[in-house]
Design a protein around this ligand. Structure first.
Ligand code: CDP
Length: 231
């Protein structure tokens, strides 16, 4: 049987990564943070190539570098979370060629997820901006996770402060709004809920509540699918 695929999309700091990780843990699924792949390309472009997102040829070369050298070390580098990397990421992520180069790895992951804890994964969870619309349009369950601008900015602010990074709330809010606007308005693979996505607003919920809601949706939806396909 083909493994299950759960697609989670949403704007910056909406809680999709936390949710995806918890669902993956609960269900024994493999988890791919696709934002980290785009961030790795922007990081390589800025820090190793000393270039800028406006240089299209370099942005494409950076995406190719990531495609050809992708590993866990690359995507777990804490420097990927720097704000200048985030902004450069959303700039290069608007480029169709960059997206095409990084698409295959994401689809392959969904089709044959790696083992989890030495056991075959029961499925894959991918989170990003276009998982339910472009990367895995046939995903078994699609969630679109969102929250108000202020709540999302506060979450990112708290996250950075807890890591000892000196940041201003207002600057975080402004940067986040700018990045979301770019992600929503780009012509290729814009951030938007798929028609068949379940939208979850996490503004007033704890991560535990959000997980419970998401698991209810996943169980309910899969039960419906099974019932529909029953002879
Ligand atoms: O953690 P946060 O939600 O702030 O960002 P992320 O998920 O790491 O994504 C960083 C940037 O990568 C986004 O602002 C998008 O521009 C881009 N991205 C994308 O275009 N498509 C994806 N599937 C994932 C990320």
């Amino acid at each position: 049987m083909a493994s299950l695929v759960i697609a989670i999309d949403g704007p910056a700091a909406s809680g999709k990564g936390t949710l995806a990780r918890k669902i993956a843990e609960r269900l024994g699924f493999a988890y791919l943070d696709t934002g980290a792949i785009y961030r790795a390309a922007a990081h390589h472009l800025l820090r190793n190539m000393n270039s800028a997102p406006e240089n299209e040829a370099d942005a494409i070369a950076a995406a190719e570098y990531v495609r050809d050298n992708l590993d866990d070390n690359m995507t777990s580098n804490p420097e990927l979370r720097a704000e200048d990397v985030a902004q450069a990421t959303s700039k290069i992520a608007a480029n169709q060629k960059v997206r095409e180069i990084l698409l295959d790895a994401q689809r392959k992951y969904a089709e044959s997820p790696p083992d989890v804890n030495d056991a075959m994964a029961g499925g894959a969870i991918l989170d990003g901006r276009d998982i339910g619309t472009v990367v895995c349009p046939k995903a078994d369950v699609k969630l679109f996770v969102t929250a108000s601008n202020e709540v999302r900015a506060k979450r990112r602010y708290d996250e950075q402060i807890s890591k000892g990074v000196d940041v201003e709330y207002d600057a975080i809010l402004a940067d986040m709004i700018e990045r979301d606007k770019r992600d929503r308005e780009r012509s290729v693979a814009p951030l938007k809920p798929a028609d068949d996505a379940f939208v979850i607003d996490t503004s007033n919920d704890t991560p535990k509540d959000v997980l419970a809601r998401a698991l209810d949706i996943i169980r309910g939806h899969l039960a419906e699918q099974v019932a529909k396909n029953a002879p």
